[in-house]
Design a protein around this ligand. Sequence first.
Ligand SMILES: [Zn+2]
Length: 195
Amino acid sequence: MTLRSLAQELTEPHLKSIGGRIGKVPSLLSELRDAVSGSSDTGAGGSTSKQRILVNATALELLKKIDETIKPGYSDRFGQSPPTLETCVELIGKNPHEADWELWFTEKLEWAKQEIETMLRPKKLRRLDGITCPSCQQKVFGTERETCLYADCWLDNDTLLPPSEWSVECKGCTATWKGQKEMGWLLVALAPDDC
Ligand SMILES: [Zn+2]
C-alpha cells in the first residue's frame, strides 16, 4: 500500500469488503480508541467483562506504542513538536518525503495497521474439543483443563478452507501440523460426526 492510502485507512472512514459485501468502516485509529474506552464491541463479540478489560489494556498499550513510534518520527521529519497522533498521520500521508522518510513512514504505518487489525479482528480458530493430540497424547492441558487443539481452517468468517489448507496447533505442547499429508490423523478423528 502507498503511504497515502495507509494514512487514510488509519485516520479516515473508508470502504472495505467484508465477507463479500462492501461497507463503510471507521478509521483504524478510531476503532482502536473505541476499544481502549470500551465503547465498542469490536472484535470481542459476546465477551465477558473480564475479556473486555483485557482488550482495553491491550488496546491502550498498542495505542501508546503507535503514539511513541510515530510522534518522534514526525518531530524529526517536520522539525516541530507533534500535534495529535491522528493529525501527525494525516500530515505524513499528505506530504511528499525524501526516499528514506517515505520508506520509514510506510513501514511504521503498515506495522500500525497490521497490529490494530490483528488485535481487533483476531483470526477465528476452530477449537477441537475431545480430540487427542498425537504429540503429547492430551485432550486438555493445564489446571484450567483447556482444549489442546485448534485448527486454523477459515478463509474468512463464512468460508471454510479445504482440509489440505488447514493448519493445526496444540496449545499443550506447541506441536503444529500443516497440509494434506500431516492432517490425516485429524480427518480420522473428525470423521464419525463431523465430515
Ligand atoms: Zn500436544
